[in-house]
Design a protein around this ligand. Structure first.
Ligand SMILES: [Zn+2]
Ligand SMILES: [Zn+2]
Length: 126
């Protein structure tokens, strides 16, 4: 952290800014994953995730999510190395059942309901 002369401004150093960007990226990707897979966002899980997950795992999740650029709150997800290196754009393969087209084939990845007859999410076969 770097304090400016007027002592009213606090600015992160270049290294500190990189760390903050990594933490924000992990947090927002966790939100995206929870929202897309389970249909809700657990802030406590996302907060724990941002500090404990390995960088390689964050990039793996980013890839599974199709290098998503926006968290469920509409905030920008900072780009990772995986996003820069992608040769082929991969779309997120986990979507709510409500987004399936008639006749589209899918596998159920998870359910988030009290009754198994009310399945909400599917994993698409591509
Ligand atoms: Zn968010
Ligand atoms: Zn990525």
């Amino acid at each position: 952290m770097d304090f400016q002369e007027d002592a009213r401004t606090v600015k992160l150093t270049e290294g500190g800014e990189a760390i903050a960007r990594r933490i924000i990226r992990a947090h927002r990707l966790a939100e995206r994953l929870l929202y897309d897979a389970l249909g809700n966002i657990s802030e406590s899980v996302a907060c724990e995730f941002e500090h404990t997950v390995a960088l390689s795992l964050v990039d793996g999740i980013c890839t599974i999510l199709g290098h998503s650029k926006i968290c469920p709150h509409g905030m920008k997800i900072p780009e990772g190395e995986c996003c820069k290196k992608i040769l082929q754009k991969v779309e997120c393969s986990i979507i709510p059942l409500s987004r399936l087209r008639i006749g589209q084939i899918a596998f159920v990845a998870s359910s988030n309901c009290h009754d198994d007859r009310q399945l909400h999410h599917a994993y698409l076969a591509r």
